[in-house]
Ligand binder design. Sequence first.
Ligand code: GLN
Length: 232
Amino acid sequence: TMAVGVLALQGSFNEHIAALRRLGVKGVEIRKPEQLQSVGSLIIPGGESTTMAKLAHFHNLFPALREFVKMGKPVWGTCAGLIFLADKVTGQKAGGQDLIGGLDCTVHRNYFGSQIQSFEVDLPVPELAAKEGGPDTFRGVFIRAPAILEVGPQVEVLADYPVPSEKPMDEAHEENKGSEKKVIVAVRQGNLLGTAFHPELTADSRWHTYFLKMASEIEGGASNSIVAVEGG
Ligand code: GLN
C-alpha cells in the first residue's frame, strides 16, 4: 500500500496519524496540493468544516482534492471530513462553504443539535464486523456530528442510528431505540468512505483497517489495470 495522507489543516488529524501508527502505517500530513502526489489515499479528519474549508481554500487545495477523488483514489472522511465529501449539505450554515463532493448523499450538519452536542453509543456495524471480525458493535463517538439523510443508489449504508420521528433528539437516546426513523452514520461509495463519528478517538482500529484494506484493494486494482494496459 502506498502512503496514507491525512489532511492536516485543522481538527483531529494527529489522532488519525496515531491510529495509523498503531497499525504500523505512516500517515503523511497534507497541507499543500502538491503533497497529495506522494500519497495513494487520504483521510479527512473531523473538526470544524467551515474553518477547514477556509483553510483549504487559502492553501488552494480544493482543485487537487477534487481531482484526487475523481481519479478514484480512496478517501475517508470522518465527521467534518464526511461533510467535505458530500454532494449536498443542509442544516446550519449550509451552503456557506466549499465542498469536495463526490459522495452521492445529503449530509445534515450538526444534526444531533446543540442540546446534545456529543454522545457515545454502541452502533451495530454488521458489514464492518463481517469484514474485520470483532464485536458486532462499534463505539461511535459523536461530537456535534452530522447525519446522512439521503443516499444515492451507488451508496452502501454501513451503519445507521434510530432517532425520534420529531426533533429534538431525545436526550436519553435509549428512548429512541424502537424508532422507525433512522439516520445514516456510515457509508461507502466505491473509493469513498464516510463516518459521522470519530473512530480515531477510540482504541478499536477496525475502521482504520477497513479503510487500509479498501485502499490496498483499489490501489492493487489500479496497478493491475496499468499492467494490463502495458501488457496489451
Ligand atoms: N459540527 C462540525 C461541522 O459542522 C463537525 C464536527 C466534527 O467534525 N466533530 O463541521
